[in-house]
Design a binder for this molecule. Structure first.
Ligand SMILES: C[S@@+](CC[C@H](N)C(=O)[O-])C[C@H]1O[C@@H](n2cnc3c(N)ncnc32)[C@H](O)[C@@H]1O
Length: 268
């Protein structure tokens, strides 16, 4: 094992992270930058530094995290979500609660708001809570200012209606920015921040976390979902086998799952 592999083998399990998913070259570079800033030049000395300074784990953890997102990411899923989930929820007329977990800089939560606004007719209230562990990301979400690359899947007419040019970037309409409640939340150790009709958990827990953590998270989400509520995963992600009986896929091949029955009843 290389010095770096040994370092990963010791640091990833306590953080609940699965090594396979990590983009190692980037992460290695980030960690080496951190090591330099504290005057350390090899991974085994940095391991000793972590043992002596437990607060250093809080600095290390974000270095393993990927925070890339964009509006309408994998656009087909959002089209299906609008027609198969949001539209029927709106037709019921009851207030709707949604959670975008691992929301990065808010792109996914704002996409949800835009889809809701675009539904025809009278709609009940939709409240959206969006959470992430990364405070910098949450701050950017509150600013509502994005590079062009964040809008590359946004349909042209939506982009014209909801974004204005500002220098080389795009500013999202203020009322959309204000319509989402952002807060810090750690998926690995905190319960879902409420009860929901819809949870988006895409390209975070089910890619980067270990299998036991994924199972704990899907179980907590299932319990926080109203009967018949929906969970959306990322395009290449899978529900843990242990949770398969709690959900059915709304519209294959998309990763939109509807909660079947109370989790406790399924578990027996
Ligand atoms: C690749 S982004 C995904 C963003 C968005 N869901 C999407 O699919 O476009 C992953 C996000 O998960 C967040 N994250 C990583 N670990 C987390 C944790 N333990 N709790 C909450 N969020 C976490 C990261 O900060 C990052 O913003």
């Amino acid at each position: 094992m290389t010095d770096f592999e040994t370092f990963l083998a010791e640091t990833l399990p306590p953080l609940g992270l699965a090594p396979a998913a990590l983009i190692r070259r980037n992460i290695r570079r980030r960690i080496m930058r951190r090591m330099e800033s504290v005057g350390i030049h090899d991974f085994s000395s940095y391991l000793q530094f972590l043992r002596r300074n437990p607060s250093e784990w809080d600095v290390l953890r974000p270095l393993f995290t990927v925070t890339i997102s964009r509006f309408f990411r994998n656009r087909r899923v959002f089209e299906t979500l609008a027609s198969q989930v949001l539209s029927p929820l709106a037709a019921k007329g009851n207030p709707v609660c949604a959670w975008s977990s691992g929301c990065a800089s808010g792109e996914e939560a704002f996409t949800l708001r835009i889809l809701w606004e675009e539904l025809p007719g009278k709609k009940p209230d939709l409240s959206i809570v969006a959470t992430d562990i990364d405070e910098e990301c949450l701050k950017r979400a509150g600013e509502g200012l994005y590079p062009e690359s964040s809008l590359r899947e946004v349909p042209g007419e939506i982009s014209d209606r909801y974004f204005g040019r500002e220098g080389g970037r795009y500013r999202l309409r203020e009322e959309v920015v204000r319509s989402v409640a952002f807060r810090r939340h750690d998926l690995l150790c905190e319960s879902p921040p409420g009860d929901f009709d819809l949870v988006l958990c895409r390209n975070a827990a089910f890619t980067y976390f270990t299998v036991p953590r994924r199972i704990a998270i899907v179980e907590a989400i299932a319990e926080a979902l109203a009967p018949g509520g929906c969970l959306v995963l990322g395009r290449t992600e899978k529900l843990p086998r242990e949770a398969a009986a709690w959900f059915f896929r709304v519209c294959p091949p998309h990763n939109i799952f509807r909660r079947l029955s109370p989790v406790a009843a399924v578990r027996g």
